[in-house]
Write a protein that binds this ligand. Structure first.
Ligand code: ZN
Length: 188
């Protein structure tokens, strides 16, 4: 048998969990207190992980890097001990569980549990989503997938590659269940 994907031995949702990520922020200068220039803190839901309140920080458009020598030691400690996050396959698996039961859905769920490649998962305007969905290449479930895409202004669209197949998942934005379709994978 021709093997398309390399074996993924030992892979599981548990081993594939990812470190929690936080946005970087800088503390504002406070009169009367020493100011440490360039120290980056990790931004939490309200202020930094080391406890600087939101009104005293400026959030910057980059991620907090715990290993960086300029990073705040308390934020580093908090960031490194934060609970890990599910990987992309686990997150998509949990969404696909909401979809209507079918053979294709069950195959997709099994593929995600084995760590199938997810080259695309984004939310975008319907016209852009159509491009990533590549509806012409689908052989199973193309109709309902096209309807779900057309019905949403900004749907989520994910492609999953596994074995000989490309699975498409359309995630409507209004809480309706995801729609799963499938076509032969373009093995170029
Ligand atoms: Zn800090």
């Amino acid at each position: 048998m021709h093997v398309i994907d390399p074996p993924n031995g030992g892979w599981s949702f548990a081993t594939a969990r990812e470190s929690a990520r936080f946005g970087a922020c800088l503390a504002n200068r406070v009169p009367g207190l020493p100011h440490l220039r360039g120290v980056q803190h990790a931004g939490g839901a309200d202020g930094t992980l080391c406890g600087i309140p939101e009104r005293r920080i400026a959030r910057v458009r980059s991620l907090f890097v715990p290993d960086d020598p300029r990073s705040c030691p308390r934020c580093r400690e908090e960031a490194e001990s934060a609970p890990t996050q599910p990987c992309v396959q686990e997150r998509l698996h949990d969404r696909v569980l909401e979809s209507v039961r079918s053979e294709i859905r069950d195959e997709l769920l099994a593929a995600l549990r084995e760590g199938a490649n997810v080259p695309v998962w984004l939310n975008c305007p319907s016209t852009v989503a159509q491009h990533y969905a590549r509806l012409d290449g689908l052989t199973d479930g193309a109709g309902p997938a096209a309807e779900a895409l057309a019905a949403a202004a900004r749907p989520g669209v994910a492609n999953v590659e596994h074995d000989r197949w490309r699975f498409l998942v359309v995630l409507p934005e209004d809480g309706r269940p995801p729609v799963v379709a499938r076509g032969p994978r373009d093995l170029g």
